[in-house]
Design a protein. Structure first.
Length: 185
């Protein structure tokens, strides 16, 4: 019985923490904006618990080139696609708009590529800190840190690590959009 009570308490704490993630402070200043510039920053990313340097040691040159080139482009694009889908409700579009009044910087903190093992697969996850600032400045006006994973069912059918992480980036985009819409409606 004690185990059941402990597990229930833990579940409520975890669910409460997940739902408690909010922008600090709320980005009310975005009300009325129609375009937001977006920049992705991978400069301090950790991969599966290892620094970029350590993680790259176990990869061949073509993996690194793909990851830093077309795969980052695809990840960023899927994030933006899902975020823009969410933001349709508030008539905002995000992307490469260097003349926009505000810039969203997506600091990619952690990429966990998950593992493909059929029914024992583990989903990929991405942790990002998203900060808004006036374009051309470095002072954060509002930030949120989110960690999202690909759907566990899609992990069973996604053998390629790049594809698993791509799905996780899309989930972060969905979550950021959902939270922004709640603030801006």
């Amino acid at each position: 019985m004690k185990k059941l009570v402990s597990m229930t308490v833990c579940l409520f704490v975890i669910v409460g923490f997940a739902n408690a993630q909010k922008f600090k402070p709320a980005p009310d200043f975005l009300k009325g904006e129609t375009k937001i510039n977006v920049i992705f920053d991978y400069s301090k990313v950790v991969y599966d618990g290892d620094s970029q340097e350590e993680h790259y040691k176990g990869k061949d040159k073509s993996w690194v080139e793909k990851w830093e080139g077309e795969r980052r482009f695809k990840n960023n694009g899927w994030f933006l696609n899902n975020l823009n889908d969410e933001l349709k409700d508030v008539n905002i579009i995000v992307g490469e708009f260097p003349d926009a009044q505000y810039t969203m910087v997506v600091y990619v903190i952690d990429c966990d590529f998950g593992a493909y093992a059929g029914p024992m697969s583990t989903p990929a996850s991405v942790e990002c800190k998203i900060c808004f600032m006036k374009t051309g400045t470095t002072q954060a006006l509002s930030c949120i840190t989110l960690e999202e994973s690909q759907d566990p069912y899609s992990a069973m059918g996604t053998a390629v690590d790049f594809d698993r992480i791509y799905i996780a980036f899309g989930e972060v985009g969905d979550e950021v959009g959902d939270k922004l819409v709640k603030v801006l409606k």
